[in-house]
Ligand binder design. Sequence first.
Ligand SMILES: Cc1ncc(COP(=O)(O)O)c(C=O)c1O
Length: 464
Amino acid sequence: MALESAPLEDVADLFTQILLERSDQETRERVLPREDPAELRQLLDLEVPEEGLELKEVGERLRKLVRHTPITASGSFFNQLYGGREPASLLGEVVASALNSSMYTYKVGGAQVLVELELLRQMGRRIGFEHADGVFTPGGSLSNLTGLLLARDRARPRAREEGVGGRRLRVYTSSQSHYSVTKAVGLIGIGLENLVRVPVDERGRMDPVALDAVICADLAKGYQPMMVNATAGTTVLGAFDSLEEIADVCERRGLWLHVDGAFGGSAVLDPDQAHLLAGCERADSVAWDAHKVMGAQLSCSVVLVRERGLLSASLDENASYLFQGDEEELNPGTRSLQCGRRNDALKLWTLWQSLGNQGMAGRVARLRRLALHAARLVQKASDLHLVRDPEFLTVCFRVDGIRAEDLCAELTERGLAMVGYAMVDGEAVVRLALVNAQADEAELDRLFEGLRMIAKDVRAALVA
Ligand SMILES: Cc1ncc(COP(=O)(O)O)c(C=O)c1O
């Protein structure tokens, strides 16, 4: 039977079979060692056939493809700020895909739009925005871009019409902030030379005194300070900029405050870590990824804006063939960078429904305990050296006798774990990301045993 006309039951059966096979592979193998792309191209049937294939044949090709895809859902994935798999989120994701709603209008999204609005309200309330505006985006990068765009339009109300000529607009961000901020500055037309990198303290937090000083210096040069990007949870060290102090500077100077909480926004969900975001309610906009610490399937992010109406003021366009009837609030397309848009809200909703507020808080607290456990393992070993005490859910350390790059490659090669490295103080260090709820203490114990063994082998080979 051609796949095109296969009964839905057969498609659903195939999906179930692939999912269960994958889950079995994840349990058995944990990590897929890197495969050579040229060999993979040979092995897989990637080319598009002239004539359509049977369901069985497409299924075979798909299963093979899945078997050769790096594993990110086992408890051995510590490479980035996502990982694992929450079945409740997967359910929402699959259903959203089956519904195939585009989230620009209530007319075609209906109840799904209400789900998105409810989640934005919930997340806004947690940040401290009582009547937040917001929209789901495909990731923190786009949430940051949206925040920057609004800041530009606040500083130059006619930027959309006339461009951003005239006095140089300046954006301030810490030297540890995410590269998406740089990218966004380049995109919104104010010029990368106008992005000012503010120094950080020992823990990786923006120095608010230095911030004020560079703003003063810029004013003296005739520049127009526009916005400060504060990071809540930096990508490498997990540092939280002091939002209260930065908000004071922004208020004093009349600047837009955007908080990049793509990673650390979720700290607000755990009563023991919520203090890290103190002052967030004073921000003008906040980026927050649910596909990182909250565990929603990729991709799932929101941008929240304290003042209602600003998103649509910057992004709404007249499209009479699309926005037909219904008040603006019910048409999220009027607040989005996108036109057609996936339903990213449903997978977060099903996850949050299944965990409840308590379960979600418990998840964030448990990840923190894992990070502290990993840090203790580093501290206990004489050949491992913690680069900083972990501020949040990343643990950065050096290993005697082996470069972080080589250690990470070897960990994957031996099928032990997928871990990444990052630059700290000009040196590559191992950066363990603890956002994968599939991992546990025993998994971390095995990982550290394995990585110390690799380092020992390398040191022994050097002596021999
Ligand atoms: C602090 C921070 N901001 C933004 C991003 C970008 O998020 P995304 O990958 O969802 O675009 C990341 C990603 O790791 C991040 O760590």
